[in-house]
Design a protein around this ligand. Structure first.
Ligand code: FES
Length: 167
């Protein structure tokens, strides 16, 4: 997916200013990636090229680091990111069914983002809340003892939050 420069003009401008503060060289690749990830929510290829020029490194070096670390994503994520824990405690309590139900409702598979850019489904390993199994998070907010029937309600509550913000 190409970066929409018009829509992201502010983030692009501020990232380019930040980029100028970094020393050229491979030691600045991770700080640059961390900044891109937090500013854009992912690592846009267009910014990788800009970064390579500024740091005087190859794009492939930046790409290599970005794809090595799980904290960096080369794909844009949805506005709402669901992470279903598939650790052992959650799995035995039905996390697989929770994930399947979420996939059915949102019509996307784990690892995918909906075409409208609203939802991403991912799975993760134990997040240390096994006593609440099965657990899922939405943008980091933990939902515990989740039942299949809860999923639609959780999604509806996200939409309500959105509507509230529009008013
Ligand atoms: S296994 Fe899911 S929180 Fe530990």
């Amino acid at each position: 997916m190409n970066l929409d420069f018009e829509k992201n003009a502010e983030q692009v401008a501020s990232y380019l200013v930040f980029l100028k503060t970094l020393e050229p060289g491979t030691g600045s690749i991770i700080p640059a990636l961390q900044d891109m990830q937090s500013r854009f929510g992912y690592i846009p290829m267009e910014m990788v090229q800009e970064t390579a020029e500024a740091l005087k490194v190859f794009s492939s070096q930046i790409y290599g680091v970005a794809t090595f670390y799980a904290q960096f994503s080369m794909e844009p994520k949805g506005k709402w990111r669901f992470d279903v824990c598939l650790g052992t405690a959650c799995y035995v309590k039905g996390a697989g069914d929770i994930l399947k139900k979420l996939e059915d409702i949102l019509q996307i598979k784990s690892g995918e983002t909906s075409a409208d850019g609203l939802y991403t489904i991912e799975s993760c390993r134990c997040i240390g809340a096994c006593g609440l199994a099965p657990v899922m998070t939405v943008n980091g907010k933990v939902y515990g003892k989740v039942k299949e029937d809860d999923i639609e309600l959780i999604i509806a509550s996200l939409k309500e939050d959105e509507d509230d913000n529009v008013e």
